[in-house]
Design a protein around this ligand. Structure first.
Ligand SMILES: Cc1ncc(COP(=O)(O)O)c(C=O)c1O
Length: 403
């Protein structure tokens, strides 16, 4: 990353969240990610059923701390070192780092303003060294899986589906992540878990592949505590923010005293040393107690209300059956100002993927991608948001955009 350096996503999401000045103390703070409710910490004995969405319904799924670990393991599993992979020019950055660390040569492919991979460009960029194509299902919305499958069959390519932003999403009766040869999932963006990423691979026995060690108690507990505090801020209001800040500072001080290392989620850095770090038992336990269908329903309802209010400015308004939206991509020419105003009003919108990657395509190569990075703001629509939150967001976003 150039201007906003490593960890910037995490810093913007959680750590440096300003205490909103322009709202009353009782105003609910709207977090960017789903929060952890205290009852979710109670032991839950639900058994995973085969009918659950991937990765949960797939017995051979492998879990790690991050989705980036799954990306790295997938590249190794398919022996892609030294080969070319067709890669969307619109990407987060950490998946690119993981693929580069595995020795994959990335060939950039155009993504249009509606965040769809250009298959004609992908086909044109295939060479005899091309062995795989990487598809990112942005914000929960599917790429053209039939077109991708045809291309892969035609050219003998592996299809890797990146479902980091599309857990619980399906399209025309197929779960995203079940069409490609492999799929990676990020759990903590959609679900209130402190960590978790997964890999699903078709027709391969992954018994030999597993995480070698669990995260430390400090790492898991600090993320879970932060999610619990976000829950308090949502329900009790902005007056609790100083409590959260105080607890965080105290935890950091204690960690420093003990020389403990905390592995943060939401960072933009891939470290090979963490590639075998596992998911916490707490994440597993929380997931067992969640009503996944209700989460999808709530996200869709929130998305539909927000998208309808901002018709003409958000993408993918045709929320087809099965899509589980991660957020509402709102397009605004004045992203920084709108974002600052929303944060000040207690709404944690995110400056989505603004900064180009130092090893990505040069600015100007894909003007549509440059425009997406410049204009797309991520508005939350997650399962914790009630109708009253959505109503407030509509009013605040309108005011912010009007300026
Ligand atoms: C498209 C995409 N792939 C992979 C990842 C990696 O997810 P994780 O943070 O779990 O490693 C991210 C993270 O934001 C992402 O946006």
């Amino acid at each position: 990353m150039r201007a906003l350096n490593v960890d910037s996503d995490f810093v913007r999401r959680v750590a440096l969240k300003p205490v909103p000045q322009a709202i009353g103390g009782a105003t609910r703070l709207i977090p960017s990610l789903p929060t952890l409710w205290p009852h979710m910490l109670l032991p839950n004995a639900n058994v995973r059923a085969e009918s659950l969405p991937p990765p949960f319904g797939i017995r051979s799924a492998r879990y790690w701390y991050f989705a980036r670990n799954a990306v790295w393991h997938a590249a190794n599993l398919f022996d892609l070192a030294g080969s070319e992979m067709l890669m969307p020019a619109y990407f987060h950055g950490v998946e690119v780092d993981a693929l580069r660390a595995a020795g994959v040569h990335l060939v950039w492919v155009r993504v249009d303003r509606r965040m769809q991979l250009d298959l004609a460009d992908a086909r044109a960029k295939c060479t005899p060294r091309t062995r795989a194509i990487y598809a990112i299902h942005y914000a929960g919305f599917p790429q053209d899986l039939d077109g991708l499958s045809d291309l892969c069959r035609e050219r003998g390519l592996f299809l890797l589906e990146d479902c980091a932003l599309s857990l619980l999403s399906s399209h025309r009766g197929r779960w995203l992540g079940t069409v490609g040869d492999a799929a990676i999932f990020c759990l903590y963006k959609t679900l209130p878990v402190p960590n978790g990423g997964a890999l699903v691979v078709k027709d391969r026995d992954l018994a030999f592949l597993s995480a070698s060690h669990a995260p430390t108690l400090l790492t898991t507990a600090s993320h879970a505590a932060s999610q619990l505090m976000a829950n308090l801020e949502l329900r009790a209001g902005a007056w609790t923010t100083p409590l959260r800040t105080g607890l965080r500072e105290a935890a950091r001080w204690m960690a420093r005293q003990r020389g403990a290392v905390r592995v943060s989620t939401g960072t933009q850095r891939f470290e090979v040393g963490n590639a075998d770090l596992g998911m916490s038992a707490l994440s597993d336990q929380i997931i067992r107690g969640l009503d996944l269908a209700a989460i999808v329903q709530r996200r869709r309802r929130n998305y539909q209300r927000l998208a309808a209010a901002f018709e003409g400015s958000s993408f993918n308004r045709d929320l087809s059956d099965g899509v589980c939206p991660l957020f509402v991509p709102l397009e605004t020419l004045d992203k920084s100002r709108v974002l600052a105003r929303l944060l000040a009003r207690g709404i944690s919108a995110i400056d989505f993927w603004r900064t180009p990657h130092p090893h990505g395509p040069a600015l100007g190569t894909f003007p549509e991608v440059d425009a997406l990075r410049e204009t797309v703001l991520e508005l939350p629509c997650h399962q914790d948001l009630e109708d009253e939150d959505i109503d407030r967001m509509i009013v605040e976003v309108r005011a912010a955009v009007r300026g």
